[in-house]
Design a binder for this molecule. Structure first.
Ligand code: TIU
Length: 234
């Protein structure tokens, strides 16, 4: 249980393309796919030919973001891209894409790749969910596709979402776009997300906030930490 301490009922973040206001009690943080399979050597990310080393640098920032939200009693959601052991939820298109030498479900040093319950598909230790936090296991890149996320957010009266996680242009961007179309106001924390391709991260940040925030807002964690609080709420 979170301690019952007074907290501001809203915040205003200096974001791009303009200020992002959010009501604390109606805002959730969604941490996307901070799994060993994407961040550590020997997993799914590496099997696709990626240099996974870049992603680890976001882990402490993502943890700081989670802890900031936890301290304010906000809804915390973790997603993981993972499949059933019999692969019944993995389309053949996904299994075979790129003709990889190692496929989803194959053995790896961290267990079967991207299979729910295996060591590699679980979260990195620093970002393990706390008791009571929401964990969404998703078969796709977007966290709303074939999951309960939409129902969970609407039951909790959530209107605003803060995002971190990996990778910026794949699962994070897909989920932000899904959320944006569902009416959520979305802020991506820029240094709590990373890509295997630095230019893709920069392009994604630019396209999210272009055209007056066509997908949403972006800001570094420092801007959240310096956000202007609204009224104190007991
Ligand atoms: N390949 C890649 O960049 N990402 C994924 O396959 N999944 C997520 O982004 N989580």
């Amino acid at each position: 249980m979170m301690p019952s301490i007074p907290y501001p009922d809203s915040y205003e973040v200096a974001a791009e393309p303009y200020g992002f206001d959010f009501p604390t009690a109606q805002t959730a943080v969604i941490m996307i796919d901070m799994q060993r399979d994407f961040i550590l050597p020997g997993g799914f990310g590496a099997s696709l030919g990626n240099d996974v080393g870049r992603l680890a640098a976001t882990v402490p920032v993502a943890r700081h973001l989670l802890d900031w939200c936890r301290a304010r009693g906000m809804l915390v959601v973790h997603t993981k891209e993972a499949h059933a052991g019999d692969l019944s939820d993995c389309p053949l298109s996904k299994l075979n894409r790129g003709n990889p030498s190692v496929r989803i479900g194959d053995p790896s040093p961290m267990g079967r790749i991207l299979i729910d319950g295996e060591e590699g598909s679980d979260f990195v230790d620093e970002l393990a969910p706390l008791p009571g936090e929401v964990v969404i296991v998703k078969p796709g890149k977007g966290a709303f596709h074939a999951t309960e996320l939409g129902n969970i957010l609407s039951k909790a009266n959530i209107t605003h979402l803060l995002f971190g996680g990996v990778t910026t242009e794949v699962c994070v961007q897909t989920t932000m776009r899904e959320a944006n179309d569902r009416g959520y106001e979305c802020l991506l924390i820029e240094d709590a997300t990373e890509s295997y391709f630095p230019e893709f991260k920069q392009a994604t940040i630019a396209m999210i906030r272009a055209q007056g925030g066509i997908v949403g807002w972006t800001a570094p964690l420092s801007a959240l930490l310096l956000a202007i609080p609204g009224h104190l709420h007991e």
